[in-house]
Design a binder for this molecule. Structure first.
Ligand SMILES: *Cc1c(COP(=O)(O)O)cnc(C)c1O
Length: 417
């Protein structure tokens, strides 16, 4: 076993008031009811940690995001929970770029390669590891599918019991995947925030620790590793723009936090990418708040979109998403389901890369933002494909063929799909 990395996690901080909270036991929200953020002794870390040495760590001893242990809260090796994490690849999509009028690099960070097929693995691995460190063995959450899948898998791995509550129209494979990885799963006739209410109402009696998005401090620490990994893959030069499918916003907030931490560690300079938050027109509370100049978003009524992962009518970290977007000089933008479907097909047809609907939403948004001039044509753009395309229903573009009748090559060759 490799040497245990040093731990620099000092305390938690209320994201709204800055109040300091001790990190010696498990926490949900701050005393005032806001998300808590993990804080580190970055000066000590700067003196002790060599960026390039930890970036080059052995992938067997430190798989994927676990290589950044010094920047993470987990202190003891025995609390690390792993299912074979990987660095997710950066994939150039030149033909898609040409088709949407992008002249610079259009890069997809394909998070679908992670265990359980989505970037929820990053957040839940950290939440489960910290829960393990605090002796918790029963956890529950509301989920649009991928978070529950990651919770059940990492929870099973850590010997814990988990409960997931999904909207009843959550993609079928996600619901079944949760149960196939040792989790209890319920379909609820409501949306994710209504599932969240069930968890909140039952948790004391059921003895659950609530791992809802941003209602515990460590999922964001896992998600921030997207920003660290991305910087490392781009030789510590961040892209011009990051286009992020925004539900609860954990990833966007986490990456923004990581950029700040890395600058203070001297790993990167002060340049920041433009952060672009993408939502679906059928559920766009952050876009509405962004356009209204508001600090918080209002609950979106009758939320509906094919991009289940970003169907979040009310996000507790709304103000953190909006702050990051505004500080970065970015914007929030909504795209409709038809455009999402077109974008998914485009990238598959042109570059052979199957996106999930939420990933396709970032491509659709990029196309729209280049067209209306909000995004420079020659920018270096990173899109987040947050989940494996295969986890979602696909349109049937096959053609039937009757082998009992004569078939000509022309017929087959001319068949449009
Ligand atoms: C959870 C999820 C999102 C939204 O991620 P946040 O960081 O919570 O905003 C987007 N797409 C997919 C596929 C997801 O599972």
């Amino acid at each position: 076993m490799a040497e245990t990395p040093a731990n620099f996690f000092t305390h938690l901080e209320c994201s709204m008031t800055g109040e300091r909270v001790a990190n010696d036991r498990a926490h949900n929200l701050s005393p005032e009811g806001w998300p808590l953020l993990a804080r580190y002794d970055l000066d000590a870390m700067k003196a002790a940690v060599d960026r390039d040495a930890i970036a080059a760590r052995d992938a067997v001893a430190y798989p994927g995001f676990w290589k950044w242990r010094e920047l993470l809260p987990v202190a003891r090796d025995e609390d690390v929970v792993s299912l074979g994490e990987v660095d997710t690849p950066l994939i150039d999509t030149p033909a898609t770029a040409r088709a949407i009028g992008a002249m610079g690099r259009l890069i997809v960070k394909d998070e679908g390669r992670l265990p359980t097929g989505s970037f929820k693995a990053r957040g839940l691995a950290l939440a489960v590891a910290m829960a393990k460190a605090f002796g918790i063995d029963r956890m529950a959450m509301p989920t649009n599918g991928n978070a529950g899948a990651a919770l059940s898998a990492y929870g099973a791995r850590a010997g814990m019991e988990t409960w997931s509550f999904c909207p009843e129209d959550t993609p079928e494979v996600n619901v079944r995947e949760i149960a196939a990885q040792g989790g209890h799963v319920f379909r609820v006739n409501g949306l994710i925030h209504q599932c969240g209410k069930i968890v909140g109402d039952l948790k004391d009696e059921a003895g659950w620790f609530d791992v809802s998005t941003l209602k515990e401090p460590y999922r964001i620490e896992g998600k921030k590793t997207m920003g660290i990994e991305l910087a490392g893959q781009l030789d510590w030069e961040l892209p011009d723009a990051i286009v992020y499918p925004t539900g609860g916003g954990t990833g966007l907030i986490g990456m923004w936090k990581a950029f700040d931490e890395m600058e203070r560690l001297g790993w990167i300079g002060s340049e920041r990418p433009t952060m672009i938050a993408v939502q679906a027109t059928g559920c766009a509370p952050i876009v509405k708040a962004y356009e209204a100049g508001a600090e918080h978003a209002e609950e979106w009524i009758d939320a509906s979109t094919v991009a289940a992962g970003i169907r979040v009518p009310k996000a507790i970290g709304d103000f953190l998403i909006l702050r990051a977007v505004r500080e970065s000089g970015g914007f929030a933008i909504a795209v409709d389901d038809a455009h999402i479907e077109r974008a998914r097909r485009l990238c598959g047809d042109e570059d052979g890369l199957l996106l999930c609907p939420e990933g396709a939403a970032t491509l659709a948004a990029t196309e729209a933002a280049i067209a209306d001039g909000r995004l420079e044509k020659d920018a270096r753009i990173v899109l987040f494909n947050c989940g494996a395309g295969l986890k979602y229903p696909l349109p049937d573009r096959s053609r039937a063929l009757d082998r009992t009748k004569p078939v000509s090559a022309a017929e087959v060759l001319n068949a449009a799909n």
